[in-house]
Design a protein around this ligand. Structure first.
Ligand SMILES: *[C@@H]1O[C@H](CO)[C@@H](O)[C@H](O)[C@H]1NC(C)=O
Ligand SMILES: *[C@@H]1O[C@H](CO)[C@@H](O)[C@H](O)[C@H]1NC(C)=O
Ligand SMILES: *[C@@H]1O[C@H](CO)[C@@H](O)[C@H](O)[C@H]1NC(C)=O
Length: 320
């Protein structure tokens, strides 16, 4: 039923049994119990569900305000298009919904930091205005937008008129930290986040927490039920099938681009639209002190040769 349709920003060329309180400095927020032999925890408001993932560090333990400021250093410069909108706390608040499901909390500290760098790499690239105004270098301009500036249409697909009917007058153009488009994506994200985005798509450009939540929802949610999410392919939750292997899809960063953008970015060879995303990821790994060498080998980073999970040729109306 679902079709992959993605837009791009027009200006771009181109994720209980025993209850004990653990000691240490986390004693005030971490609570541990064992359910069916498995240790589960909560970690205060940031990871308040009982979950195995919450036993690991939370995102704010390893990614702090100064790092956010470094990554997005130009976002409040006068030529930016969302001055004063984006901030660190909105990102951390938004991530609280998905940390108990593994966002930024899977696999130990290195993988956790890499996932945040990868997710924010997509964010920085999709919201960059670094291509015309390169002071500080093109990679310094992430979070420069919070909406598509000159939408060519309102992205209302009547195929979904029973499940996600378009609200009269509403426009479902690209909004958020990883822009979402179309009534059905607004509808599905709104259901997951318990915010009425179908009737109020404008909330995403008015509230930075919601703008990060929809982006994290996109990162954590498969395009189709039978497929992996960008999170799954990145952290190693996904095992490629024989078809995936034939399509050159392997676990890692490259395949996150395949999930999120399909053949607009992947399977086109060594194009700018793909290299821009990779460059943001590598740059953020450096700025976060992880180092780009941790990104792994070229064949894991790229999707130049991959076939799309959801080819646009087999999907009607594409937005791009
Ligand atoms: C938590 O971190 C450890 C390493 O520090 C890792 O082995 C484990 O898989 C992580 N837990 C989850 C649920 O990812
Ligand atoms: C922004 O959205 C969040 C999440 O829905 C909500 O908790 C918060 O109150 C909103 N902020 C404003 C200023 O409306
Ligand atoms: C594998 O690919 C073939 C050819 O594209 C397709 O017919 C088949 O349904 C696919 N199998 C799975 C399990 O996706």
């Amino acid at each position: 039923m679902e079709k992959m349709k993605n837009g791009i920003w027009l200006f771009l060329i181109i994720c209980a049994l025993a209850v004990t309180v653990v000691n240490s400095d986390d004693s005030e927020k971490t609570v541990v119990k064992t359910v069916k032999g498995k240790k589960v925890c909560t970690r205060g408001w940031e990871c308040k569900e009982w979950s195995v993932y919450c036993c690991n560090q939370t995102i704010s333990d390893f990614f702090q305000t100064y790092q956010f400021e470094n990554l997005f250093s130009k976002r409040n410069s006068p030529v930016a298009h969302a001055v004063g909108f984006w901030d660190y706390q909105s990102f951390i608040t938004a991530s609280a919904i998905y940390q108990p499901l593994g966002f930024g909390t899977t696999g130990g500290k290195l993988m956790q930091m890499k996932e945040v760098a990868a997710f924010l790499g997509h964010v920085g690239c999709k919201t960059s205005c670094g291509y015309g105004v390169a002071t500080g270098g093109p990679l310094a301009w992430g979070l420069c937008y919070n909406r598509e500036m000159s939408p060519s249409q309102s992205y209302c697909d009547n195929f979904y008129k029973y499940t996600y009917p378009c609200s009269p007058g509403a426009e479902y153009y690209g909004r958020g930290a990883i822009p979402i488009y179309w009534n059905y994506n607004y509808g599905a994200a709104g259901e997951a986040l318990k915010v009425d985005l179908l009737n109020h798509p404008e909330y995403i450009e008015q509230n930075a927490t919601i703008a990060f939540q929809t982006a994290i929802w996109r990162w954590m949610t498969p395009i189709k039920k039978s497929q992996p999410s960008a999170h799954d392919v990145f952290v190693g939750n996904w095992k490629p099938t024989k078809n995936d292997t034939l399509a050159k899809r392997v676990p890692g960063f490259g395949t996150t681009m395949n999930v999120l953008y399909g053949d607009m970015v992947c399977g086109q060879g060594d194009i700018d639209a793909m290299n821009n995303v990779i460059s943001h990821y590598q740059y953020y790994l450096d700025l976060m002190g992880v180092g780009r060498e941790q990104a792994g080998p070229h064949d894991v980073l790229t999707c130049a040769e991959q076939l799309a999970f959801n080819p646009t040729s087999s999907s009607p109306a594409s937005s791009s």
